[in-house]
Ligand binder design. Sequence first.
Ligand code: GDP
Ligand code: IMO
Ligand code: MG
Length: 427
Amino acid sequence: MPALVLLGAQWGDEGKGKATDLLGGSVDYVVRYQGGNNAGHTVVVGDQKYALHLLPSGILTPECTPVIGNGVVVDPSVLLSELSGLNERGVDTSKLLISGNAHIITPYNVTVDKVTERFLGKRKIGTTGRGIGPTYADKINRVGIRVQDLYDESILTQKVEAALDVKNQVLTKLYNRRAIAVEQVVEELLGYADKLAPYVADTVLVLNQALDDDKVVLFEGGQGTLLDIDHGTYPFVTSSNPTAGGACTGAGVGPTKISRVIGILKAYTTRVGAGPFPTELFDEDGEALRRIGGERGVTTGRDRRCGWFDAVIARYATRVNGLTDFFLTKLDVLTGWEQIPVCVAYEIDGRRVEELPYSQTDFHHAKPVYEMLPGWSEDISKAKSFSDLPKNAQAYVKALEDMSGAPISAIGVGPGRDETIEINSFI
Ligand code: GDP
Ligand code: IMO
Ligand code: MG
């Protein structure tokens, strides 16, 4: 059985953690391939709620091997505290594997993220402040620190020196901050080496051998399609590739191995941080979605911006990811509205536009064209099959499927593992 990718089809927080955890029981490996602890993935198992940031959601399934791929950026202190937090709750984390090629989020990357945002003022991106952008920038600038560097003090020192050479100039002269001492950073990083050593592996080899042995590998995206550095609403994006292609580069697995790409799609839309969002609501409907949907960031605690479902974005996600299926989440949150608006196209400067405009200027001017769909008032949280849903909820799902360009193979009707309607099996 080849590999599957599971990724966010909107601006993140679609329910990837729950969906990954649900599939965890049927897969052998769950792999994070990009991003870092900017992610906040919530998994609810029975009466236990887990908030995962860096660890793959498969960590909660004992049979599953969780893998942090080469494309991820790793903050060692966050990783170790996430691991010990889970251990205290009785979760066995000993199977975790971390790529030696993954880049490390150093303390100076976190500082640079924060001061840069402050410097941008009104133009800020609203990052999570976790050092994600500066770490990927160092990687591309070839001054990054990798996990494997923790095991060669001389190389580590040279690399930290190279990275801080320029950064200290910028920090002191431009941002009016104190310089960061090389020795202090090296000492802190070396302090993580022994603790991480049991997990470090050649994950590319492990995953390709697993696929050769017919094991099932699930790639779990962080963030979402519209936050992708290449395909998202640049510059209001994250600094990695959450889209499907990122799974190949971020884990060292060829595209021919991937048979299924599942887009996680919320039944409405949310966004955290700055940037365009055509269906955003500023009225009591937006407030209600936020309240009923519990739309507050898992990582930064910020309120999420809320709006109606946007089919233009869903179609775009289908295209750029080659989606084979959707997992529609949070349908239960829409219970109680008499009519539910769905954005079917945009109006841009008087023209009707069916597809996401490639020009940032056009997208900033896009106004949603809504179609009204009839709502339902019955509680759907106990529904186990599609036919258990009220007729209008069925019609809402079917309408979204027709507009979005891929079959909806599962529907979330609550946060719990069992609050899911499975229509087509994923594996
Ligand atoms: P992720 O970042 O994509 O993993 O999503 P988050 O965990 O940040 O946000 C999704 C939130 O919705 C979490 O609080 C989940 O527990 C919750 N959730 C996921 N699926 C459903 C669903 O079908 N219904 C409801 N009501 N909540 C859900
Ligand atoms: P999950 O995996 C929602 C957003 C930030 C900001 C932008 C850049 O839980 O879906 P960064 O710190 O990555 O440089 O911030 O991206 N962002 C997310 N929004 N969910 C996430 O992750 C996000 N990770 C980053 O709010 O707008
Ligand atoms: Mg999240």
